[in-house]
Design a protein. Sequence first.
Length: 295
Amino acid sequence: MRLTVGSQMSNTLEIKQFTDWLLDIGQGNLGGPNDGEATISIPDDLLIKDSLDPMSDLIDFVYPSMLERFNDLTYFQERALLAPLNDVVQEINDHILAYFPGQKMEYLSSDSIDEVESVSEDFDPTLYSPDFLNGIKMFGMPNHRLLLKVGVPVMLLRNINKKKGLCNGTRLQVVSLGKRVIEAKVVSGTNIGFRTLISRISLTPSDKKLPFKLKRRQFPISVCFAMTINKSQGQSLTRVGLYLKDPVFTHGQLYVALSRVKTREGIKIVLLDKESKLISETKNVVYKEIFGNLV
């Protein structure tokens, strides 16, 4: 549906070929027998090849003339860089933020242990220093250290006001940075252009891996020049850059990333091996037993 909306009749054959390729990836029909993991080849026209700085070239593809156009409300609406892992997403965001114009503002969270929720006979909160708590990074939680500039795109990590479209996953653009509040305007969803004030809130991760309940008071946002593939689900984009420094690792993840785009020309992919050399093959993860349980 993404590929056919607004397309020209003259492109029907090309669209069908791309659609069939995407469906074959989603169904695990490429790379030989696939009921788990298989290695597949990516067409040359979708790859960034022979590059001395593939990350920068991918950024330039997704965000051309960014420094001249970032004040345009529509510029960040349908563009995104995608990667499987949060650490790689952070690396890309930091890379772009470093040369984005403007003064940088730093916001540090206040982290503590919820002793009421963490009580047990052998629990000792003094074992966990503030530095340890500050260093915890978890999915769906803002980092202890948040660096922002005016004009930077950000993503909400919590539902703030559903009636006004301020939900988990909504993308906004920073308008102004205060000491206690951040003003931002919505650039995705149904309320594009709506301005809102965001304040710090207390957040607790749902992850059960920690032996205690972490309480982090921080702005519920993250920089989102790049986002994880999981966060991109449901979005339709005109420009997508897929940065696979590490291959995908969950069922259907590659299909989700590739199928965000509206046209074949709107996507470029960087594939790197363990030595950071450009390659043309990557892993696709598909567990076909899942399809057998679909009604």
